[in-house]
Write a protein that binds this ligand. Structure first.
Ligand code: GDP
Length: 419
């Protein structure tokens, strides 16, 4: 916390004068104003369910919200088609109302997750979908009119763990490690009616140890500073059940005592989904819907989305001063600009050097070429001159060898030029 703000707050506290009012002024009505406004506006909640097919995701969502949001699924025969497939993303929304309060519920399912021979990239479409929702929100925030932004971000991700009773599977670890910085992760043990109480307890310990070992951050509920003891105890009670061992059922069955309950009937008795002695479904519902829905939304907005947003903006080149959230520090910006400028200059210098070297090389090779040409011409001319000299020499010797005969002939005829 900023020490200046803390000091100011401490000062304000010292200056608070507590007075009893003599009559009714009306600000005690503030919570009611807030309540009326919120009820009029309605609430929205987006929850994602991740887990292998058949772990009871749709059944649990229907049980949680007491609706048939998910129509019964067609069970397909297992396919022997080993060609690569991708995980799909399916989103279902419904407006549900309880005692005049409207809730727009969106459930995002990930059909196909963990169903393939190679599940290495199963997490990719899920992460892409979560980030896409953050991007849409970021775009909407940057528009001129940002009054009524529809919040499609995922507020909670219920991760279904197969009730093996052993440990987390490598796929679970991989996916949770990818998800935990983007969503509020809520792990649940699916179909926990298939395990005994002792098995559930041991499995929970093992899952929590694995989660801690792999540094996976799961949703921990609010960090109370000013809450009353009762609320803190309630929160601790809920959190002590994580990972929630859940059972889902939309059908009513009759208990041996004749009560009609939502549950599953077995030859040895009935499992009641809403009975806290039978499973943790009630605690999960309490956390998701009754006590922590606003907390999940706040944590998504203030922490998960904020981190995504600042990473995104930083990667886009918007500098941020770590001490002042969202504001640009001029000194840091100037330093960044200077280093950018220097980088640019160094790059230009390098380019100029390269161009210069290239030009020198070109000139050198041209010079070499003309030197060779000159040599060749010189050689040619020399050869030509040699030939001409040789010819002249030949001629001279021929002339010289022909002259005495001529002279003799002239003497014989008594003819002389000299007279
Ligand atoms: P999804 O593919 O994960 O959505 O699974 P479904 O909700 O379609 O459930 C698959 C099957 O498991 C159905 O036959 C359900 O009746 C059954 N099922 C769902 N929840 C539970 C549960 O908590 N315990 C048991 N034993 N079976 C369940």
């Amino acid at each position: 916390r900023d020490p200046k703000v803390a000091a100011q707050q401490a000062n304000d506290m010292r200056n608070i004068v507590r007075r009893k009012l003599t009559g009714y002024v009306g600000f005690a009505n503030l919570p009611n104003q807030w309540h009326r406004k919120s009820v009029r506006k309605g609430f929205s909640f987006n929850v994602m369910v991740v887990g292998e097919s058949g772990l009871g995701k749709s059944t649990l969502v229907n049980t949680l919200f007491n609706t048939s949001l998910y129509p019964p699924k067609e069970r397909k025969q297992p396919s022997l088609d080993f060609s690569p497939k991708t995980v799909g993303i399916q989103s279902i929304s419904a407006d549900i109302e309880e005692n005049g309060v409207r809730l727009r519920l969106t459930v995002v399912d990930t059909p196909g997750f963990g169903d393939f021979v190679n599940n290495d990239d199963s997490w990719r479409p899920i992460i892409e979908n979560i980030e896409q929702r953050f991007d849409t929100y970021l775009d909407a925030e940057n528009k001129v009119n940002r009054m009524n932004i529809i919040d499609n971000r995922i507020h909670a991700c219920v991760y279904f763990i197969e009730p093996t009773g052993h440990a987390l599977k490598p796929l679970d670890v991989e996916v949770m490690r990818r998800l935990h910085t983007k969503v509020n992760l809520i792990p649940v043990i699916a179909k926990s009616d298939t395990l005994t109480d002792d098995e559930i307890s041991a499995f929970k310990h093992r899952i929590l140890a694995d989660i801690q070992f792999h540094n996976i951050q799961i949703f921990e509920g609010p960090r109370y500073e000013m809450d009353d003891e009762e609320t803190i105890a309630e929160n601790n009670e809920i959190m002590s059940k994580v990972p929630f061992a859940v059972v889902g059922s939309n059908t009513e069955v009759q208990t041996p005592e004749g009560r009609k309950v939502r549950g599953r009937r077995y030859p040895w008795g009935v499992i009641e989904v809403d009975n806290e002695e039978h499973c943790d479904f009630a605690k999960l519902r309490q956390m998701l819907i009754r006590t922590h829905m606003e907390e999940l939304k706040e944590h998504t907005n203030n922490f998960l989305y904020e981190n995504y947003r600042s990473d995104k903006l930083t990667s886009m080149g918007v500098a941020q001063d770590p001490s002042v959230f969202k504001e640009v520090n001029p000194a840091v910006k100037q330093e960044e600009e200077r280093s950018l400028h220097e980088q640019k200059l160094a790059k230009m210098e390098l380019e100029m050097k390269m161009v210069f070297q290239q030009k020198v090389q070109e000139k050198e090779s041209k010079l070499k070429q003309s030197e060779e040409e000159l040599y060749a011409r010189h050689r040619e001319m020399k050869e030509q001159l040699d030939r001409q000299r040789q010819e002249l020499e030949d001629k001279k010797s021929r002339i010289e060898s022909g002259r005495p005969a001529e002279e003799k002939g002239r003497k014989k005829g008594g003819f002389s030029l000299r007279g």
